[in-house]
Write a protein that binds this ligand. Structure first.
Ligand code: NAD
Length: 316
C-alpha cells in the first residue's frame, strides 16, 4: 500500500503495546499504525477495535500487518515479550526476551527497515543494546525507554509532596531501568529553585531528609507495587512512549532520560543506560552531561557494571 505519512509499526500488542496504540490514536500523532503480534488474533482484534474509534479522532490508517510493513516505517516500537511476574526482577526476563528479540530484529531488518527503533520490553537497557548489535543501525537510531517512567514517577511524587505542578519538577532518575537506578538529587529543582531553596521559601511544607530516600524507594519499587495490585504496569509507559514518538516525529528535541549509548560521556562506553538525552527526528542527538556528585557517579558506575554483565550474557 502507498505510504500516507508517518508510519509506526508496533510489535507486541499486549498491555503496554495496546495502551501505546490507544495513546497514539488519541494524540493524532501518526498517519499509519501497523500492529504485529505473534498472537495474530490479538493484533487483528486490536486493529479492528481501534479502527472503530476513527470517527472520533484525526485520520489514521490502522491494520494488523507483517514484517514487510517495516520497510516503510519511520519508527518500529517493540513491546513484545514476557513481562515481570510478582517478585520477578526485570533482569530475570533477559534469557527469554533476548531470544525473542534476536528473531524480531532480524525479521525487521530483512524488510529493509532504515528508521528508528524504540524499545520498551524489559530488561530495557540490555535489550536496547541487543537491538543495536543485532540490527547494525547507528546507535543514535536505537533508543530505549530507559528511565523515562522512573523519572515521571519521581516528578509525580515530588510534585504531590511539595504541592506543585509535576511539570515544574525537574529531577531525573538515571542508570538501569531497574533495581540499581539512582536519583540525581544534586541537580533536582522546582522551577529553577534547588529543593532546599524551595523548602526555605515554603515553610508550610515540613519534610524530613529521610522522606526523600523514601520517595526514591517508592519510585524504584513502583513496578513491584503495581504488579502486586493489578498484575502489570502499562498506562504510564504507554504515555511515555507516545511522548518519545512525538519528540522524534516532530523533531521536538525534548530532553528525556532514555536508554542511550554514551561514547565517553560520564566515563561510560559500549553500553546502553538511562541518561538525559536530546531526542529528535534523527534519534538521539546528544547525551546531556550533568556534573554529578561523587556518590552519584559511583552509583551510576555500579549500575553500568550490572548492565555490562547482562549484555555479556546476551552476546555469548
Ligand atoms: P503482555 O504479556 O501483555 O504483552 C506482550 C505481548 O508480546 C503479547 O501480546 C505477546 O503475544 C507478544 N509477543 C511475545 N512474543 C512475541 C514475538 N516473538 N513476536 C511478536 N509478539 C510477541 O506484556 P506487557 O505487560 O505488555 O509488557 C511487555 C513488556 O514491556 C514486558 O517486557 C514488560 O516488562 C515491559 N514493560 C516495560 C516498561 C518500561 O518502563 N520500559 C514498563 C512496563 C512494562
Amino acid at each position: 500500500m502507498t505510504k500516507k505519512g508517518d508510519r509506526v509499526v508496533l510489535i507486541g500488542s499486549g498491555a503496554v503495546g495496546a495502551s501505546y496504540a490507544f495513546a497514539l490514536l488519541n494524540r493524532g500523532l501518526v498517519k499509519e499504525l501497523v500492529i504485529i503480534d505473534k498472537n495474530t488474533d490479538k493484533a487483528k482484534g486490536d486493529a479492528l477495535d481501534l479502527n472503530h474509534g476513527l470517527p472520533f479522532v484525526s485520520p489514521i490508517t490502522i491494520w494488523d500487518g507483517d514484517y514487510s510493513d517495516c520497510k516503510d516505517a519511520d519508527i518500529v516500537v517493540i513491546t513484545a515479550g514476557a513481562s515481570q511476574g510478582p517478585g520477578e526482577t526485570r533482569l530475570d526476563l533477559l534469557g527469554k526476551n533476548s531470544k525473542i528479540f534476536r528473531g524480531i530484529v532480524e525479521d525487521v531488518m530483512t524488510s529493509g527497515f532504515n528508521g528508528i527503533f524504540l524499545i520498551a520490553t524489559n530488561p530495557v537497557d540490555a535489550l536496547t543494546y541487543a537491538t543495536w548489535k543485532f540490527s547494525g543501525l547507528p546507535a543514535e537510531r536505537v533508543i530505549g525507554s530507559g528511565t523515562i517512567l522512573d523519572t515521571a514517577r519521581l516528578r509525580f511524587l515530588l510534585g504531590q509532596r511539595l504541592n506543585v505542578d509535576t511539570r515544574n519538577v525537574h529531577a531525573y532518575i538515571i542508570g538501569e531501568h531497574g533495581d540499581t537506578e539512582l536519583p540525581v538529587w544534586s541537580h533536582a529543582n522546582i522551577g529553577g529553585l534547588r529543593i532546599p531553596e524551595y523548602l526555605a521559601t515554603h515553610q508550610d511544607i515540613t519534610i524530613e531528609p529521610a522522606e526523600f530516600d523514601q520517595i526514591f524507594a517508592n519510585v524504584r519499587d513502583a513496578a513491584y507495587q503495581i504488579i502486586k495490585l493489578k498484575g502489570a504496569t502499562y498506562y504510564g509507559i504507554a504515555l511515555g512512549l507516545a511522548k518519545l514518538t512525538k519528540s522524534i516525529l516532530r523533531d521536538e528535541r525534548s530532553i528525556l532520560t532514555v536508554s542511550a549509548r554514551p561514547q565517553g560521556e560520564y566515563d561510560l562506553e559500549d553500553i546502553y543506560i538511562g541518561l538525559p538525552a536530546v531526542v529528535g527526528r534523527s534519534g538521539i542527538k546528544e547525551i546531556l552531561y550533568i556534573d554529578l556528585n561523587e556518590e552519584e557517579k559511583k552509583q551510576l558506575h555500579h549500575s553500568a557494571s550490572v548492565l555490562r554483565k547482562a549484555n555479556q550474557s546476551i552476546m555469548l
